[in-house]
Ligand binder design. Structure first.
Ligand SMILES: Cc1cc2nc3c(=O)[nH]c(=O)nc-3n(C[C@H](O)[C@H](O)[C@H](O)COP(=O)(O)OP(=O)(O)OC[C@H]3O[C@@H](n4cnc5c(N)ncnc54)[C@H](O)[C@@H]3O)c2cc1C
Length: 294
């Protein structure tokens, strides 16, 4: 097996184009497991860990406003320590990933590259309208809205000659939540997961469903419903309490947006039920935080 170790981004893109069967490695916490269990035997590995800019994040702003540019190789540990205020939903999800060792190595770029419907970063990325910055040697950089990134089970919009450079995220303008159900509290693949974001600046809400459909997905109809009810009742301004019936109905609509299967981790029925409960709770927790912030 060849081991390619570029030290610059341009070299990495050139290697990606020249060796299409080379598997990129960021933290290696997915790739090395697959090689270890003989699920994958690539002709070459493309080690990205020497490319400094992938491990950096920065604050940027332009006509569209402020954003965080998170290099695809920033570890979960650093994201949690350094970006908890700006990206609270993604930081919450990151805290639930694996163990400290996995969080030290694992990256959001790797979670996206793996494209598993159970990846924990996906619900908060969906709930906050993240954008994935990808590049190839031949065509340069392009930006993929997260909603267009997931194409099927472990299938993404990344082309064969492309690498993920960064994830672009808008700093939170309101409270965010992440809930995950597993068979135990840590070191667990989600049975189902839910990301929620209140966007008071644009009076909308964002959702992300994990592990309950062939791809991570949003619950569009539930989002429109809740934002509409908040608007109609003047709740964005009054910050009054959320009626119980409203969050229950929201939970039920989130559950309707899922398309789960029965598998070894849980039944489709359990996934649907757990999503309804998580969405109801996440909306209440976030709303209570919004009220306290007044
Ligand atoms: C014990 C254990 C526990 C785990 N627990 C969780 C968990 O709780 N939640 C969870 O979501 N995941 C979990 N995982 C899976 C894994 O840690 C995550 O998916 C992690 O985000 C992968 O990141 P990485 O940098 O290690 O990716 P890698 O293993 O390096 O790569 C993963 C995939 O992405 C591709 N890739 C990596 N970087 C790029 C890039 N820049 N451009 C294009 N493609 C790229 C690789 O080719 C590969 O296909 C666990 C894994 C283990 C071993």
């Amino acid at each position: 097996m060849e081991f390619l170790q570029p030290s610059t981004w341009q070299e990495a893109l050139a290697a990606r184009a020249e060796f299409p069967d080379a598997v990129p490695v960021a933290g290696g916490t997915d790739v090395m497991v697959e090689i270890n269990f003989d699920r994958r035997r690539p002709g070459a590995l493309l080690d990205l860990t020497r490319i400094t800019e992938l491990r950096e994040w920065s604050r940027e702003s332009d006509a569209d406003g402020a954003r965080v540019r998170l290099g695809s190789g920033v570890s979960y540990t650093r994201l949690i320590a350094e970006l908890g205020d700006e990206l609270p939903g993604l930081a919450m999800a990151s805290r639930t990933v694996g163990s400290p060792q996995i969080r030290n190595r694992g990256t959001v770029g790797g979670n996206l590259g793996a494209g598993s419907p159970a990846g924990d970063s996906h619900p908060p990325l969906l709930a906050t309208d993240a954008v994935v910055e990808v590049a190839s040697a031949a065509r340069g950089t392009r930006f993929i809205p997260i909603i267009e990134f997931y194409l099927g089970v472990k299938k993404t919009a990344l082309a064969e000659d492309e690498l993920i450079a960064a994830i672009l995220l808008t700093p939170a303008s309101g409270p965010q939540q992440f809930c995950k159900i597993g068979t135990r509290n840590a070191m667990v693949i989600a049975v189902s997961a839910f990301g929620f974001a209140l966007h008071p600046a644009r009076r909308s809400v964002g959702t992300g469903i994990g592990s309950a459909a062939p791809t991570p997905r949003r619950a569009h109809e539930a989002e429109t419903f809740l934002a509409g009810e908040l608007e109609a009742a003047g709740l964005w301004d009054s910050r009054g309490p959320l009626p119980e019936s409203l969050t229950r109905e929201f939970g039920s609509r989130v559950s309707d947006a899922a398309a789960p299967i029965d598998d070894v981790r849980g039944s489709a029925a359990y996934r649907r039920r757990s999503l309804a409960v998580m969405a109801h709770r996440a909306a209440n927790w976030a709303w209570n935080d919004y009220r306290k912030a007044a």
